[in-house]
Write a protein that binds this ligand. Structure first.
Ligand code: C5P
Length: 401
């Protein structure tokens, strides 16, 4: 399945760089074209000559080499691949990726690429557990960067623990998984709502809720990663834009509805936004003054976007998925909600304060459809997103193209 694919392999400077030679050989055996970039430090561990010989291509290791820039600029280099693999990815290169630096060819290529990136970290165990490295990894994961390893074991410096580069066959398996999944939703269009809405009281105050947008953004990223042409309609959040999705930013529920309707027709709609149920009927046009009298807010109901999308007649998406945030009798309430709103699936989750779901990183999902309930184990919001995207791909069957 890998034959004919193009991989840009970035080798950074760690003792594990020698394993990249084996990776190149295995990729070439599978008919993959491998183009390599080496950082200056990497050339201390393996020679560009070996890398060139095994990849059967020139090795790129000098950002400002005029010949390279005229023959093959770093922008072209970063785009002419189906997947960028960084193996080994050192703590230093991960930090530079996270910071968006462009201080050598490897970092410049990583910030210039519009292609998916898979990292295979390798470093000392203390460097791996350092809060800086962990924060960089979290940030990179939120940007859709894929990761394989590291493994635990004896490290080159004699210490034991996490930090060993994944074995070449494991990196190859991660590459296989990527290509197996990447086309599952090709030809499908998806719409995802995410985040809270802000409903104005006056020009400076609003009614909002605690939704972080993490789950909705992760779903948009996961659908896009499987090849769906994805529109994310998002209320105000601090989440970075999911890679590969078109993002439409709105503030109010009414704006969200308009943006969703403008994105139709789609095959898949996933409503993960925490839409405010009510808005102030007539927001003040000037800031409401504190004049001794208590203001009275008169509320009116917001449109239910999930229910609207579920009943849009001919333009109804083939699969409409809603969320149910419940604090008690989770599944029963979700089943009722599914019927009431007319959607196909409800992903019910426990948002009681003890669960830490709102604003937190993990979710425990019960998928309710017309056949019953599927209980998922507790997992991160990113894992929920990936599992949901695969479940959707299974449900819709092979792509339309
Ligand atoms: O009714 P409730 O707010 O519990 O329903 C939650 C589900 O409905 C979520 O999928 C949410 O995105 C969606 N919803 C919506 N528009 C609303 C309220 C909820 O799309 N006005």
């Amino acid at each position: 399945m890998l034959a004919g694919k193009r991989i840009l392999l970035i080798i950074s400077g760690g003792i594990a760089a020698y394993k990249s030679l084996e990776l190149i050989r295995r990729l070439r055996d599978r008919g993959v074209s491998v183009r390599c970039i080496m950082t200056a430090a990497a050339t201390n561990f393996v020679t560009p000559l070996s890398v060139a010989a095994l990849s059967e291509d020139k090795v790129y290791d000098e950002l400002w080499s005029l010949t390279d820039e005229s023959e093959m600029g770093h922008i072209r280099l970063s785009r002419e691949a189906d997947l960028v693999v960084v193996a080994p990815a050192t703590a230093d290169l991960l930090a530079r990726m996270a910071a968006g630096m462009a201080d050598d060819l490897a970092a410049t290529t990583l910030i210039a690429t519009d292609k998916p990136v898979l990292i295979a970290p390798a470093m000392n165990v203390v460097m791996w557990h350092h809060p800086a490295t962990q924060a960089n990894l979290t940030l990179l994961a939120s940007r859709g960067i894929l990761r394989v390893g590291p493994n635990a074991g004896k490290l080159a410096d004699g210490e034991e623990g996490l930090g060993r580069l994944a074995e070449p066959h494991e990196i190859l398996a991660a590459i296989d998984d990527f290509f197996a999944g990447s086309g599952l939703l090709k030809g499908r269009r998806a719409l995802v709502t995410s985040g809270p809405t802000h409903e104005p009281i006056d020009p400076v105050r609003y009614i909002a809720n605690r939704s972080s947008g993490k789950q909705g953004h992760a779903i948009a990223a996961a659908l896009a990663a499987l090849g769906a042409e994805t529109t994310l309609v998002s209320g105000p959040t601090h989440e970075p834009d999911p890679p590969g999705a078109r993002v439409v930013r709105i503030e109010t529920a009414q704006e969200m509805l308009v943006a969703c309707e403008a994105a139709l027709p789609v095959d898949i709609a996933v409503c993960a936004a925490a839409v405010a149920d009510w808005r102030v009927a007539s927001p003040a046009t000037q800031k409401v003054k504190k004049d001794g009298r208590l203001p009275v807010l008169s509320l009116t109901e917001n449109p239910d976007i999930l229910a609207r999308l579920s009943t849009t007649g001919a333009a109804r998406p083939r699969l409409v998925v809603g969320f149910a945030a419940e604090t008690e009798e989770i599944v029963r309430h979700a089943q009722e909600k599914r019927r009431r709103k007319g959607c196909d699936w409800i992903l019910a989750n426990d948002v009681s304060p003890a669960s830490g779901t709102f604003g937190g990183d993990s979710n425990r999902i019960h998928l309710v459809d017309d056949t019953g309930v599927e209980d998922w184990p507790a997992m991160s919001k990113r894992e929920v997103a990936e599992r949901l995207a695969k479940r959707i791909a299974d449900h819709l069957g092979a792509g339309t193209t």
